[in-house]
Design a protein around this ligand. Structure first.
Ligand SMILES: Nc1nc2c(ncn2[C@@H]2O[C@H](COP(=O)(O)OP(=O)(O)OP(=O)(O)O)[C@@H](O)[C@H]2O)c(=O)[nH]1
Ligand SMILES: [Mg+2]
Length: 310
């Protein structure tokens, strides 16, 4: 017989690990790798993740709740400021923080700026360093970078990883699992994410839009799931609104003869169906809302606090 917090492998452990770093460092890719499912959207563009997204991973008798955060950079606009505040908030609430940097970019000005704030923002929390994208550099360069980083900040440990290819990620996960505080699991063992389905669905559409559109446009749009209807045949009808900030953007999102939005809708629906394991009918509508970037309700829908952007 075992009590609630004991398993065959010993006491259960559970805690939060925040993934922080510059935009594009690979935080969401690492979260998905750790969870073993695509919970957080990934693009080659900066500032993809906008809010804190939780993914749940099991490692032996430990439950590790990974908190993906927006990239840390010097914020200029209101949305930027709210995103950066959410990222630091994620770090401050975690049991352990993992700072991701890009191997081929090294100790950039942006990384230095993060190191400058790190101590103050995370208090006494342990911080590990993950040098990501090692598939892009030669091994020799890594040792010098690791040394330089460890001279600048007292990291608990340094990992060399490729989040995309899965190199070094098993070691990182094992190490994190051992460091989680003893206690009962926070989520059911089979739960992968702590994000409402309607938000995951909106993020999937935003990912497909971001991949297809160029320049500033992805930044100036947001996607919300307006309605979710379960149908008798087991399928779901999902209605989403794509908010754009300018009239001219509506046409770009729709594309010639509606081909862009059609392709986006197909790609998002396919991913949603795979994620849910059932049929989905996805309906997208584009709305122009000039001041959505100044609208508190839109921030709430994104999982951000409008006041953080002040
Ligand atoms: N070569 C290589 N590319 C990677 C690796 N990990 C992530 N990437 C790529 O880096 C880009 C950014 O990845 P994301 O996971 O979206 O980065 P992020 O840190 O979450 O970015 P933001 O949400 O914008 O802050 C994507 O094109 C990924 O495919 C890696 O280990 N190697
Ligand atoms: Mg991200």
């Amino acid at each position: 017989m075992t009590d609630e917090t004991e398993t065959r492998e010993g006491p259960t452990r559970a805690g939060f690990v925040a993934l922080i770093g510059e935009p594009n460092a690979g935080k969401s890719t690492l979260l998905n790798r750790m969870v073993g499912a695509k919970v957080s959207i990934v693009t080659h563009k900066v500032q993809t993740t906008r809010a804190r997204i939780r993914g749940v991973a099991m490692e032996g008798s430990s439950q590790i709740v990974f908190v993906d955060t927006p990239g840390l950079f010097r914020p200029r606009r209101r949305l930027d400021r709210a995103m950066v505040a959410a990222a630091w908030g994620g770090a401050a609430d975690a049991d352990l923080v993992v700072l991701l940097i890009e191997a081929h970019r090294g100790m950039t000005e942006g990384v230095k700026a993060i190191l400058d704030s790190l101590r103050e923002k995370v208090g006494g929390r342990p911080v590990a360093l993950a040098i990501n994208k090692i598939d892009r550099v030669k091994a020799e360069a890594l040792l010098a970078l690791s040394k330089e980083m460890n001279e600048a900040f007292p990291f608990e440990r340094t990992f060399m990883i490729s989040a995309e290819r899965g190199h070094g990620t098993k070691d990182l996960k094992e190490w994190l699992g051992e460091r989680m505080p003893e206690g009962p699991w926070l989520y059911p063992e089979d739960q992968l994410a702590d994000l409402p389905m309607r938000m995951i669905a909106a993020e999937m559409t935003r990912e497909k839009l971001t991949l297809r559109l160029h320049q500033e446009l992805p930044y100036e749009l947001t996607v919300e799931t307006e309605a979710w209807e379960e149908r008798k045949d087991g399928s779901a009808r999902v209605d989403q609104i794509i908010y754009v900030a300018r009239e001219g953007h509506r046409g770009i999102v729709l594309g010639k003869g509606g081909e862009t939005i059609k392709a986006v809708g197909q790609a998002a629906r396919a991913e949603l169906e795979e994620f849910m394991g059932r049929k989905v009918h996805l309906f997208l509508t584009v709305k122009v809302k000039e001041n959505w970037l100044e609208d508190p309700e839109r921030y709430g829908e994104m999982g951000l606090d409008y006041r953080d952007g002040a």
